[in-house]
Design a protein around this ligand. Structure first.
Ligand SMILES: CC(C)(COP(=O)(O)OP(=O)(O)OC[C@H]1O[C@@H](n2cnc3c(N)ncnc32)[C@H](O)[C@@H]1OP(=O)(O)O)[C@@H](O)C(=O)NCCC(=O)NCCS
Length: 180
């Protein structure tokens, strides 16, 4: 996946009813290790790619390495992250010929699931995209078996473009309606 490109970063923190969204910071490292090594969180994302020990080594001291990766904080605690990237032209499945659509992904710690927090955070990031990258198509890919993710996508207004098989699983590719 391609980096987002030139956007103002770090962002002005976004404050919602229950959350603050901001760039990732050094103090997020332990929670990032937890998130990326969790079998539960990574179940539909290909499984954890690294062990906790490897992640301790791999995650930079300052994890704010590129624009578009939002840490989501609730009551001062990191509960998840939202990633905004570009969908490379070289990949299959696009909603415009030139590709490079804005693609959104989210990973939350299981303790934060089932409370509408991910939806609240993604909604806020969609507002940031509207303000920062106006008129860009926004897409999302998830495994069809990832029911929570699919429910979240539909709740936020993503509609199916197509389904395809990749990494041995059926994938759902959707976009936000009413965009180019
Ligand atoms: C995908 C993921 C972010 C969804 O998390 P989630 O907590 O289910 O999503 P939401 O924030 O939309 O929460 C919705 C649930 O909270 C419930 N809820 C409880 N209180 C709520 C409130 N105050 N407001 C809104 N919803 C509330 C809703 O009823 C809903 O439950 P349901 O899905 O059983 O119907 C999470 O499962 C995750 O991190 N998975 C691992 C990573 C992953 O697979 N990512 C997919 C790629 S995008």
């Amino acid at each position: 996946m391609k980096p987002l490109g030139a956007v103002p970063w770090p962002p002005t923190p976004i404050v919602t009813e229950r959350l603050t969204l901001r760039e990732t910071r050094t103090e997020d490292r332990p929670a990032l290790v937890e998130l990326l090594s969790s079998e539960t969180v990574q179940a539909y994302l290909g499984g954890p790619q690294h062990t906790r020990e490897q992640l301790e080594e791999l995650i930079p001291a300052d994890p704010n390495t590129r624009p578009g990766i939002f840490a989501v904080e609730r009551e001062g605690e990191f509960i998840g992250r939202i990633t905004v990237q570009r969908r490379e032209k070289a990949w299959a499945h696009h909603v415009r010929d030139e590709g490079d659509e804005v693609e959104i992904g989210c990973e939350f710690l299981p303790t934060a699931w089932g409370a509408g927090l991910a939806s609240e955070a993604v909604r806020a990031v969609l507002g940031w995209i509207d303000a920062t990258l106006p008129g860009e198509p926004v897409v999302l890919t998830t495994q069809v078996a990832n029911e929570r993710s699919l429910r979240l996508a539909r709740r936020l207004g993503f509609v199916e473009v197509e389904r395809f098989t990749a990494y041995g699983a059926e994938q759902w590719f959707g976009h936000l309606e009413g965009r180019p």
